[in-house]
Ligand binder design. Sequence first.
Ligand code: ATP
Length: 348
Amino acid sequence: MDKSSNLIPAVRFENVSRHFGEVKAVDDVSLEIHDGEFFSMLGPSGSGKTTCLRLIAGFEQPNLGSIFLHGARVNELPPYARDVNTVFQDYALFPHMSVEENVGYGLMVKKVAKAERTRRVQETLELVRLPQMAKRKPSQLSGGQRQRIALARALVNRPRVLLLDEPLGALDLKLRQEMQIELKEIQKQVGITFVFVTHDQEEALTMSDRIAVFNAGRVEQIGAPAEIYEHPQTAFVAGFVGTSNLVHSQVAQKLTGSNETFSIRPEKIRMVEPGTQVQNGWTALDGAVREVVYLGMLTRYIVAIEGGGELTVVRQNLDETSMDVLRARGKRVQLTWQRTFDRVLDQA
Ligand code: ATP
């Protein structure tokens, strides 16, 4: 591939809207997905992620705006004419076919010769690390293995863009975490643009080069995982990606001299004895621990602040036992954090 083609986005939305009657499923979305990147669409249920994916695949048409794939406008192009493939959460494998028949199905439809088909199916099964499963039926596989076969079936044609709609949603947490790492490795290996839909922020943070955060049919923010996490631009992003404290009005005024709302992550706040001297550039707020939630590896403390409001603080249980942490309930404390960690949010 020549270098200039890398500069043309794999997918581009220009003011795209898709409305279903009164429902604005996708509402004036503009975005660019770079060629070869792992791009996630993250948002709560009903925020428009799947509709965006279906618009890219051609299963839906926009009411307004334009969609481009590798520089060409595709609004009127049917799904089969787009160099795009989809992996669904429910696998959608053919139950009566073996693994190799499932994976090779698309090649057979395209009338690829048998020898070439066998070679490409084997190569793709190796890519998803299941080369020995070719003869099995889907019912003889575990959930994780089935999802890998679904992935192999979508990859065997080497589409330029792969769309993945919550593909790990049906797996248990441990398997899901393993598959997240594997999926990212496979994507790097094949270099295909992946567009990944999820409502799981940890999943998006783990795998993505960039994330678009969706809310009610609109994109709130697009950026690399660290940028989204450390510099949320809106209260919605601060709350949806990780947990965040929002500090409003009087307390904000006291700390910053302005009543603009800002966010601070629970893990950035230290809880110290009242009256502890703090360094320049650190806050000092007095409060009392209202609630303690012991989470095994971590403890979450909810602290009522003098002057109004509550802040959540998360601490790793390095030296404390569960008995120690629970004794903190009711205790007077001072909260302190480096001011460089708090973020003023765009006002809605
Ligand atoms: P989930 O994570 O639950 O799949 P999502 O973010 O993918 O949610 P969409 O499936 O894109 O959200 O749906 C966005 C909105 O559009 C929802 O309110 C949904 O009910 C509505 N919607 C989607 N498809 C249709 C349709 N074919 N007809 C009517 N309304 C629809």
